[in-house]
Design a protein around this ligand. Structure first.
Ligand SMILES: CC(C)(COP(=O)(O)OP(=O)(O)OC[C@H]1O[C@@H](n2cnc3c(N)ncnc32)[C@H](O)[C@@H]1OP(=O)(O)O)[C@@H](O)C(=O)NCCC(=O)NCCS
Length: 399
């Protein structure tokens, strides 16, 4: 049977405001965060008949309790999607939502789906990193993975060793810029349109509404970061100030076959060009985006010079800087994370991939002179993922 690949487009993406662990979502279930996102996608896109959704893929790193029970299926039912809409759960740790997007996108290109929901959640307050894991003893005894590499902070210190020119001062300066750019993006009203308000409650204060990210610290300065403890190594370089924190939040997006999007009158915010995942030594997992980006660019027939917009997940400042150093891009390049990133906004692990995509979609709408952009992130146990996107608003002219 002759088969034609189909174009995959990013239609729309939303997320909950991100919280600090034990913060605004301390008494909110993880699956309720996902449900809010799915419902909001349907509300924002009334031209999409819910029964046209062919799959719901939701990622979570810790798939137990309120993040378990095949969360893509249960969240879809609880969000009110018809019973005919199937769903499943995905895990690639930090790149969970990114993998939900790429996996379902491949299904769209193949012709299995017309429209999907893909996203992720992590309630790190309810599910601390590493909860319930039982690593095979061979991983340790045969040194397949250095046991210390199971702590992401240790791998960030190792990355500083690997790139001795990336000093703590550079990492701190990067972190200050992330905070400043996030504050500026909030002030310009760029972040808010994709946030879904979430009803929350605490025993002390009763009901409230989460409408903004809790983690940002816009007052952050080089001086305030200089004295912070380095929890992963004595006299190390990684601190709470130049790392993403421990956060709660969820994201979801709609992807579609481009012709179906046109038929239904759905917006086309980005077009998928290529995607790739790659493995590196688990001890320096933050270097993962480098080979992933090389592979994704090669598949697309592009070079790094073709990329006009970068959304790089800021698990740690050093990990962003290693990618920039590899490509000879300046630490403060305005093409990179112009609205700040996870150091300021937070990184609820498996949810973050779609947060990057929301930002890139916004950047594309603002910059018709930018044709290609990437979303990229590092992943625990030594991986990276990169997605190359094309700007459907591209005209070649500056806005
Ligand atoms: C780095 C880490 C261990 C810090 O955890 P923590 O100690 O609970 O963090 P806190 O928020 O309490 O911050 C520690 C201190 O730094 C201070 N601090 C944090 N960010 C700051 C900032 N931007 N400016 C000034 N001070 C800051 C806090 O006020 C706190 O000070 P205190 O000790 O006087 O109260 C934790 O955030 C972490 O593990 N992050 C990485 C998460 C991760 O691995 N994600 C996966 C990536 S692959």
């Amino acid at each position: 049977m002759p088969r034609q690949l189909r174009e995959v487009v990013f239609v729309d993406g939303v997320r909950t405001p991100f919280g600090k662990a034990k913060g605004q979502y301390a008494e909110t279930r993880a699956d309720d965060l996902v449900i809010k996102c799915i419902r909001d996608l349907i509300r924002r896109n009334p031209q999409l008949p819910p029964e046209r959704i062919d799959e719901v893929a939701i990622a979570a790193t810790t798939q137990i309790g309120d993040q378990g029970l095949t969360i893509g299926r249960t969240a879809a039912l609880l969000a009110g999607l018809p019973q005919s809409v199937p769903g499943y759960a995905i895990d690639r740790m930090c790149a969970g939502a990114m993998t939900a997007v790429t996996t379902t996108a491949a299904g769209i290109a193949f012709g299995s789906y017309d429209v999907v929901v893909a996203g992720g959640v992590e309630h790190m307050g309810r599910h601390p990193m590493g909860e319930g894991v039982d690593p095979n003893p061979r991983i340790m005894s045969e040194r397949i993975v250095d046991p210390e590499a199971l702590s992401m902070g240790n791998t960030a210190e190792n990355l500083h060793d690997r790139y001795p020119t990336i000093t703590k001062e550079r990492a701190d300066a990067y972190a200050v810029r992330s905070q400043q750019r996030t504050a500026a993006a909030y002030a310009a009203g760029i972040i808010q349109p994709d946030l879904v308000p979430v009803a929350v409650r605490t025993a002390e204060e009763g009901w409230g509404l989460a409408t903004t990210d809790e983690p940002p610290r816009p007052e952050t300065s080089l001086e305030s970061l200089a004295g912070l403890k380095t929890p992963f190594r004595p006299h190390g370089r990684v601190t709470a100030g130049n790392a993403a924190g421990i956060n709660d939040g969820a994201t979801a997006c709609l992807l579609a076959d481009e012709e179906t999007a046109r038929e239904l009158g759905l917006p086309v915010k980005m077009r998928l060009v290529s995607f790739s995942f790659a493995g590196v030594e688990p001890e320096v997992m933050g270097a993962g985006p480098i080979p992933a980006t090389e592979k994704a660019l090669a598949q697309a027939g592009l070079t790094i010079d073709d990329i006009g917009a970068f959304e790089i997940n800021e698990a740690f400042a050093v990990q962003v800087l290693s990618l920039l150093e590899h490509y000879g891009i300046a630490d403060d390049d305005p093409r990179v994370n112009p609205y700040g990133g996870a150091i300021a906004m937070g990184h609820p692990l498996a949810s973050s991939g779609v947060r990057l995509m929301n930002h890139l979609a916004h950047r594309f709408a603002e910059a018709p002179d930018v044709r290609y952009g990437i979303t990229t992130m590092c992943v625990g146990i030594g991986m990276g993922g990169t997605v190359v996107w094309e700007n459907p608003h591209y005209t070649g002219e500056v806005a």
